[in-house]
Design a protein around this ligand. Structure first.
Ligand code: PHE
Length: 460
């Protein structure tokens, strides 16, 4: 059995879970998804999904984790539903796939930190060249995975908890300062308009499922990361208030990251649909305008702290398969960590090569009904992030409502929150877990797969 090192305090759990949630998903992915998916209308959908569909799933994951004190596979078994452990396995597969590409992007962020330290503001325009320098970027990714593995091998409550408490607020302060600065730039208000005033003519089904995938990804939901972390929550902690804090922190940071990005994009005359390169192309030029010294300081700090935010997320992604190996296969923690980290680094190599270096991985697949090829990294993201996570969320809700049964969920959440079942939130969660989450998420999952991979859209 694993030796669980409990978090030192309630704040410790919330900090670590928020650390898992807040990462590249908020600062790198959210802005570029908004930019690619028409702006404010996407933002609205994202907010709706986070609070209405994801929040109940988050509460359920934490409750299952606290109840069973196990990894996702072990958790379903411990509750007495061995067959459902396949859902835990789906989560582990999703986590492994996500970490494989996440680590590549984390390598970019870390590489940008080095570039900023040396004052290379021109790297923004050179982004396309930078990501094709696969040996360099691969080395950064390697360092990143090694750092992740090192932290996970030391157990959860050690380093991350302490560091997160200092570094995350610093990152938020820098982003807010950049928001204020961005507002002073020419054309800034056009960016604000794009970001905050919805143009519903831009809504389409892909916008809907991209927003849904983004909501799950950003909140680290649907794969059991919070089942694993939930196992570290104390019996008398209030799961609801923790989940509220985590959700608000995560959504809040994504929101201000978007508020920072679009004025900057518009003031530089760049396109909003710059894809995964958006922050990497846009920000160095902005740092340059701060002057050589301040530019280097703020630019380096920004990418350093972004790397750190990514690290608290990669740690949670690695923790899931590691906890599984330790609990279910009795592998020693240290061995499990390095084995899994090495494996994930290797399966991330095609993603690393798929940004222009290798033609094969760059034009990897052409979905039915489209003409443009999708690269390997985007394929993995479409599969794990936009399809498996919402599916996982749907099935977790279904499991809690109809298999494990709601009264067990309510019992668990009521520990540390005796009024839960009579509260408004309690009633909403009851409703959402029974109807909204399983059926809406299930339907969206099917429609997403049909539309994205097969070009079939039954509702259009
Ligand atoms: N939520 C993380 C981010 O926004 C990514 C993540 C997804 C982490 C799933 C864990 C599980 O960067």
């Amino acid at each position: 059995m694993a030796i669980r090192s409990g978090f030192s305090s309630k704040f410790g759990f919330v900090a670590a879970a928020a650390g898992s949630a807040v990462g590249l998903g908020n600062i790198w992915k959210f802005p570029f998804e908004v930019g690619e998916n028409g702006g404010a209308a996407f933002v609205l959908l994202y907010l709706g999904f986070c609070f209405l569909l994801c929040f109940p799933v988050m509460v359920t994951e934490i409750a299952i984790g606290r109840k069973t004190q196990l990894n996702p596979v072990g958790a379903y078994k411990a509750l007495g539903y061995k067959n459902w452990s396949i859902l835990g396995l789906l989560g582990i597969v999703s986590g492994v796939l996500i970490l494989s590409f996440y680590n590549v992007v984390a390598g970019w962020a870390f590489g940008y930190f080095i570039e900023m330290v040396s004052g290379n503001f021109g790297i923004g325009a050179q982004f396309g060249v930078f990501i094709q320098d696969v040996f360099k970027v691969g080395a950064y990714g390697f360092v990143f995975m090694a750092a992740t593995a090192f932290i996970v091998s030391k157990g959860v409550s050690g380093g991350i908890e302490r560091a997160a408490k200092i570094l995350m607020p610093t990152l938020i302060i820098i982003i807010i300062a950049l928001v204020l600065y961005s507002f002073t730039l020419p054309n800034a208000m056009k960016g604000v308009e794009f970001y905050l005033f919805p143009d519903f003519s831009k809504l389409s089904f892909p916008v809907v499922y991209s927003a849904l995938g983004q909501a799950f990804f950003s909140l680290s939901l649907g794969m059991g990361a919070l089942i694993t972390y939930g196992s570290y929550v104390g019996k008398d902690d209030n799961i609801i208030s923790s989940a509220v804090l985590i959700t608000i922190a995560d959504v809040g940071i994504a929101f201000i990251a978007g508020l920072m990005m679009f004025p900057l994009v518009f003031s530089q005359g760049l396109e909003t649909d710059g894809g995964p390169g958006l922050i990497f192309v846009t920000l160095p030029g902005v740092f340059e305008t701060l002057g050589p010294t301040l530019g280097i300081v703020i630019g380096s700090l920004f990418f350093l702290l972004l790397s750190f935010a990514a690290l608290t997320s990669t740690v949670s992604l690695l923790e899931v398969p590691v906890a599984y190996m330790v609990d279910e296969h009795e592998v020693r923690r240290n061995h499990a960590v390095w084995l899994v980290a090495g494996f994930i680094f290797l399966i991330g190599i095609p993603s690393l090569l798929s940004n222009g270096y290798s033609e094969f991985f760059t034009s990897f697949i052409t979905y039915f009904g489209t003409e443009e090829a999708t690269n390997f990294m985007t394929l993995v993201e479409h599969l794990a992030n936009d399809s498996f996570l919402p599916l996982g969320g749907c099935l977790i809700a279904f499991f809690a409502a109809y298999v494990w049964k709601k009264h067990n969920l309510v019992d668990e959440v009521s520990k540390g929150n005796p009024n839960f079942s009579n509260s408004l939130i309690g009633k909403y969660i009851d409703f959402a877990i029974s109807y909204l989450c399983p059926f809406i998420l299930g339907a969206l999952f099917i429609l997403t797969v049909l539309d994205r991979f097969f070009g079939i859209n039954p509702i259009a």
